[in-house]
Structure formats: C-alpha cells, structure tokens
Design a protein around this ligand. Sequence first.
Ligand SMILES: Nc1nc2c(ncn2[C@@H]2O[C@H](COP(=O)(O)OP(=O)(O)OP(=O)(O)O)[C@@H](O)[C@H]2O)c(=O)[nH]1
Length: 562
Amino acid sequence: MSRFSVENTRNFSIIAHVDHGKSTLADRLLELTGAIDKTKNNKQVLDKLQVERERGITVKAQTASLFYNCEGKQYLLNLIDTPGHVDFSYEVSRSLSACQGVLLVVDANEGIQAQTVANFFLAFEAQLSVIPVINKIDLKNADPERVEKQIEKVFDIPRNECIKISAKLGTNVERVLQAVIERIPPPKVHRKNSLKALVFDSTFDQYRGVIANVALFDGMVSKGDKIVSAHTKKTYEVNEVGVLNPNEQPTHKLYAGQVGYLIAGMKDVTEAQIGDTLYLHKQPVEPLPGFKSAKPMVFAGMYPIDQSEYNNLKSAVEKLTINDSSVTVHRDSSLALGAGWRLGFLGLLHMEVFNQRLEQEYNASVILTTPTVPYKAVLSSAKLIKARRAVQKNMMYIDQNRVMLKYLFPLNEIVVDFYDSLKSLSSGYASFDYEDAGYQTAELVKMDILLNGNIVEELVTIVHKDKAHSVGKVICERLKDSLPRQLFEIAIQAAIGSKIIARETVKAYRKNVLAKCYGGDITRKMKLLKRQAEGKKKLRKIGNIEVPKDAFIKVLRTQSDK
Ligand SMILES: Nc1nc2c(ncn2[C@@H]2O[C@H](COP(=O)(O)OP(=O)(O)OP(=O)(O)O)[C@@H](O)[C@H]2O)c(=O)[nH]1
C-alpha cells in the first residue's frame, strides 16, 4: 500500500435518489479498474446482502478500493456506494465522513428528486467536491439537457461540469474516473504523525469477531500493532489489516489517506462503536468528532417466538446492530410474550429490512408488536385532561423556502409512522426532529383485541379515548385480512374493558363431511354433521388460533389509517 502516495489517493462516495443507478455505476467502475471481471452477470455487485438482492435496493454502504492507471500514474480510488432510500440516509452521512468528494448521480429522465437534494446538502455541508453525473442517457425519454439546467439552478453547479453517462451500457464511464482524479482533492492527512483512524462502519464475522471499516486520518497501522479505542480505552492487538477490493484483501499496512478494514479481536457491540477513533498504544491523539447518533422514528416491540430462544435472539440482535448502528435497543417485557426489546428504527422500510436480515442472516424468528411507551398512570376518577393531542408551540421562517414548526406531541402519536407520513406528504422535503418534553396528562384507555373471546396480549394498546373506535376498527379489519380461514368461525373484537367497540368475523371453512356419503339414510348424515359440529366446538374451545407474523406488521401500520 506504500506505493500509493497521499497525492495519488482519492476517497469518494456515490450518492443519489433511490434507483437513479448508483450501484450500476459502481459495477462499471469496478469493471473498468479490473476489480471484477467484465461479464453480463455483474449486477449491483456491492449489494451483497440477501435482502438487498431480493428487494433490489441498497441498505448498507459498501466500500471498494480501486486501482487505476492514468497517464502513467497508479491511483488508489476508494469508492463507497451508499443507499438511496430516506430510511438509510444515516448510512450516507457516515460514509461521507471518510470522503473528500462525491458523484451525485441524477436520472436523465426523472431529474432531481427529494433524496438528490437531501444528499447534495449532506455533501455540501461536509464541504465535499460534488461531481454531477447524469445517468441513463440511453433511455428513450432521457432529457439530459433539462437535467443539466436543473442542476445548475438548484445546486449552482455550472452545467458544463455535468458528465452524461449510461451506467448500464458503460457509455462515458471512463470520464467519471478521470473527473474523480481531476476534481476531487487528495485527503488532507499526515503520514508522519501517529495513527488516528476513524471507525466509520463495522460488521460482525462469526469466526473473526468485529471487522471495522476504517479511514486513516494520520499515521499508519500494521498487523501486530497495539491499538487503543478512544471510546472504551481498551487495548487490542491488530490481527489483520487490508483493503476491500471489493472482497477483503489483507495487506501489510494501511497508510493515512487510505480506507480499509481492521480486525483486532473486538467481540461485541460495546467495543465496536461506529464513530470511534483508534490510536496506537501510548500515543494518544485528540479523538475525531464522531457521529451524531441516529434518531429513531418508528418503534416496535420484538420478542422471540419461543422464550427459550431469547439468548440466541439477543446475540443475533446485538450482532446485527453492530452492522446497523442506527437501530436503538431497549429491554422490554410483556406479560404474554416474556422478555424482549423495544427497538427504534429510522422508518417502516428500515424496520422490515432489519426483521428480514434477522431471519435471513441469523435464522431468528421473531414476533413484532405495537411498541410500548412508558406511561405514568394516575388512577383517579377526576377529569383532568385536555382534549387536544398536539399543541402548536411556535412557527419560524428560517429563509424564503423553509419554515420551522414546533409542536408538543404525545410520544404515542409519533412513534409509529408519523415520520413516514410526513415524508410522503411533503415528497420528502420536510424533516423532523424531537426532544423529550416529559410526561403530560391525557385521556387514555386500554384497548384489548380479542380472538374468539381470548385477549391477544401482544395487540393490547393504550390509545387516546377519542381514537379508540377508529383504531380498533382498523385493527379488526387488518386482522380479518391477514388471518387464515380455519374450520371454525373467528370473532375479532376490539374492547375497552367489557365494552366491545369494533367487530369483524372470519368465516369458517365448511368441510363437506357428506361428500363420501352417497344416498344412505338420514340418521347416518345427521351423525356425521353432529360429529363435525362437536369437532368445531372443541377447536373453538382450544382457541388455538395462529396469528401469522405479517398480521402484526400490518396492525403496526394501522395508525396511518385511523
Ligand atoms: N436504461 C438504463 N437503466 C439503468 C441505468 N443505470 C441503472 N439502470 C437501472 O436502474 C435500476 C436501478 O439501478 P441501481 O443501480 O440499483 O440504482 P441505485 O441508485 O443503486 O438504487 P438504490 O441502491 O436502491 O438506491 C436498475 O434496474 C438498473 O438496471 C442506465 O444507464 N440506463
């Protein structure tokens, strides 16, 4: 790695709105620099997770070190591919901390979209060089000239700086690499200083422990070095360092300005803090600023299907949160489901992806429930509560285009999908932040959901009195859609105390027990029908209705329809 001077190193990221072609451009860049062979099968090579391949979206940022020869000079280009969906923008901001420039990819047909703007500002605020790349010029409806004008108008970047490409066909992609070398500055680092490395991402490997992705700001690190975590002050011995090309490739050393991975026997989530600074033993340095922690916008309760699986699930959740540090985890417990967690996610898609990754990567089966939030209950008959749920506190114009509104909200009203609704209502332009305002009094009721008279503990919710009816109705309807029909009828009810406020019915399958009974006398038929009725009664008495996991996710979304 010593061959690559700081002068000949570039660290850059690809940012864009969802589906504008970042991962496809990354494939072409990997091919051009020989990191992967040129075949027709290279589709989103950096999207390594099963969930990414199935859904066709990037959820994790990925790093690749590319070796590129230009005018006789050997360059090291470190590329970080980032997700486009708003739920994963935390990944983007972290990745940018390791970069000096970005390729801002914009679809030649769709033009600038909400996440293009949001990601541009992340790069702009981090003072990175921005290279606009207009992609998909091969499309019939492509209008690169219109998009060029948009970029000039919205981002104040001269239109002649735009590079027009087709990532799919490879058209003009080489020009992108040249622009990276010409327009993005080399990192400002000092190799003579002692080691200062930023942990900007990490993954967990069953056999080798935590693999930390590091960007070296100063000094160098080699196998065998003793390093210290500025966060925990624990000392480790470096077992392996290397670059991702895009698979792990061990090297002897990593030097300031370079981006790579490091394995040092860190075993769990508390030791592998993303945003941590690593330095050499006995050579402490001023830690880097780290990252603002992510603010969860959607919460869900998570429990093992079987309590004996608790420890396995606990370790799976811990390992996955090493890789996805934007998930917040608090221990929680439910009377019916036992010990579990209250998890906070950045959006509903994020929640589903996390759940899917637990299943696919850790073979864990979980129950998701509506989240619980702590209440302080004053058990008294006094009427002491205000009717309004959100109270406006103030409104301030930041500039011509932006306004800041402050409200006092009950936490219960924002924990499920408030953020998603806000984003879709405002086409992604509105952003949302919150601070704890303490406990407030409110007129709340406990609503039970019953299946054939049995309370489903995981669906018990506390709702505002005025919303109980509509929420109960939607939950019953959702359950009706997602419960499989059984041999007996299922009554789905929402109740407050003994008062039923909503009801739906799932009709029974009526098995035709007389199918094989041709002719014959009436008493034989009556006997068969009676036996069937008794069988049904028995089943109803057992009340063993299986509620599929999907039903819980659907019920979680209920709040948006109320
Ligand atoms: N016609 C055409 N299609 C393209 C081009 N580049 C990408 N695509 C297609 O656009 C779709 C999205 O491409 P991706 O590379 O997955 O987009 P992305 O921006 O990485 O998406 P996320 O990671 O989910 O944000 C895929 O179906 C690609 O085949 C292009 O130059 N021309």
